[in-house]
Every structure is written in structure tokens, then in C-alpha cells.
Ligand binder design. Structure first.
Ligand SMILES: [Ca+2]
Ligand SMILES: [Ca+2]
Ligand SMILES: [Ca+2]
Length: 227
């Protein structure tokens, strides 16, 4: 188990009240699969069991082009593997990513579930998942999993919500990845959904003022009828 330095599981009641962020298709609800996202390796969508879809990344047919992954995400995936799991290199990986802007101060959140078919031998085969936001941060490895129910994998961490707050204005890349450590066998996966940006600088969407104006007119009408 690894100590994680980011608070998880916080409710995000504020997210619904803000204007839609600059992240495209963060809930994967768009009809066009993975609209707005780029990917390398094996990434697709599957029903999220609630309303629409979620993304699934798998090391089955993952990419061995670590040079491309490193350049697209701005990371060193072998260094990440060694630092997060204690040793080794990436055998293959699949990644999902997109760029976005923050205008004011931003908070990013996303739901994730690390999946694997590795069974406890997590010395040499300690597959893991990570995200990228300014730097690469490990989410979970084989040692964090319990027997699971997701098709195609025997174990999972279960879903958690990651929250990263206090992001200043600028252009960012958010990325997600799953790594098959040291080899390309016995696969692991990562489910991602509800990638949400709450931005204090985002302009209020036009429906709000329009609704307020109509409400005001309605109230005036009521007052006149009462008189
Ligand atoms: Ca969804
Ligand atoms: Ca979709
Ligand atoms: Ca593996």
C-alpha cells in the first residue's frame, strides 16, 4: 500500500452550480466515443451503470511506444514506474488525456477504479495506475486491490474520487494511465469517469441571467394581479 497525498472522497456539491468547465466530455456522455480526448494504447468506453459511459483503459494491447507516451504527457513513465512501485520499468501502457484552461482558480475532480488480474505477486509484476496534472502521481497498484466484479479483471480497488484544488489560471493537461510493469502479460485496467473542472473564473452561463429576468417578470405579473 502506498500513502497517497491527495484527499479523496470529498463531495462536489459546488460543481453543479458552476458553468460547464473547459474540459470536454468529462462524463463521457457524448455520442462520439472519447470525443475531446486523445489516447494511446487500448482505450474505449463502456456503460457507467448510472447514466451514460465511462472510459476504460487496458494494458491488453497496450502501447509499447513509451517515447510517444512520454512526449504527449510530459512524463518519464519508466522513472514513474521505478519511483511508485520501487523498481522496474513499464512493459506497456495505455493513456487518456486532454488539455484545458483555467481562468480563475480551479478544482479538478475525477472518479477512478484500478483493475488488475495480477494476484498478489506485486514484486515484479506490480502493475499500477496514475494520473498526470503538472506531474505524474500514482493512484494505486496491485497491492491496493481486492477481489472485484469488473468484467475482464479479477481484482479492483473500487471507485474513489480524486480532488485536486487550488489550481491557478493557465493551460493544463489532465492525463490518466495504466502500466503493465516489466512485461506485457497479465493485464490491468483503469476506469475513469466524471472528470469535472470547477473554475471560479468561468463566466456564468447565459441561462442563469435569462432565468432570473423571467422570474422577475413573473413576480411583477403576480403583483399586478394581486392589486
Ligand atoms: Ca459517465
Ligand atoms: Ca459516450
Ligand atoms: Ca501485468
Amino acid at each position: 500500500m502506498f500513502v497517497r497525498n491527495v484527499v479523496t472522497g470529498l463531495a462536489l456539491s459546488f460543481a453543479l452550480s458552476s458553468a460547464h468547465g473547459a474540459i470536454i466530455n468529462g462524463d463521457f456522455a457524448d455520442v462520439v466515443s472519447l470525443n475531446g480526448w486523445s489516447s494511446i494504447g487500448n482505450v474505449s468506453e463502456q456503460p457507467d451503470g448510472v447514466t451514460d459511459d465511462r472510459a476504460i483503459l487496458s494494458t491488453a494491447s497496450g502501447s509499447t511506444n513509451k517515447t510517444l507516451i512520454n512526449s504527449e504527457l510530459g512524463i518519464n513513465i519508466d522513472a514513474l514506474t521505478a519511483s511508485y512501485t520501487g523498481s522496474g520499468t513499464a512493459g506497456n501502457a495505455s493513456v487518456l488525456y486532454q488539455s484545458f484552461n483555467i481562468i480563475g482558480t480551479g478544482t479538478i475532480s475525477f472518479d477512478w477504479n484500478f483493475l488488475t488480474s495480477e494476484t498478489g505477486n506485486f514484486g515484479s509484476n506490480n502493475d499500477f495506475a496514475f494520473y498526470v496534472l503538472q506531474s505524474a502521481i500514482g493512484l494505486a497498484d496491485v497491492g491496493d486491490t481486492v477481489p472485484g466484479v469488473i468484467s475482464g479483471f479479477s481484482r479492483e480497488t473500487g471507485f474513489s474520487t480524486e480532488v485536486i484544488s487550488g489550481l491557478s489560471a493557465g493551460t493544463y493537461l489532465i492525463g490518466f494511465g495504466v502500466v503493465n510493469k516489466n512485461n506485457t502479460s497479465t493485464n490491468s485496467g483503469l476506469l475513469i469517469d466524471n472528470v469535472i473542472l470547477a473554475d471560479t473564473g468561468a463566466t456564468t452561463s447565459t441561462p442563469l441571467p435569462a432565468t432570473v429576468a423571467l422570474l422577475g417578470l413573473g413576480l411583477i405579473g403576480v403583483r399586478r394581479r394581486v392589486r
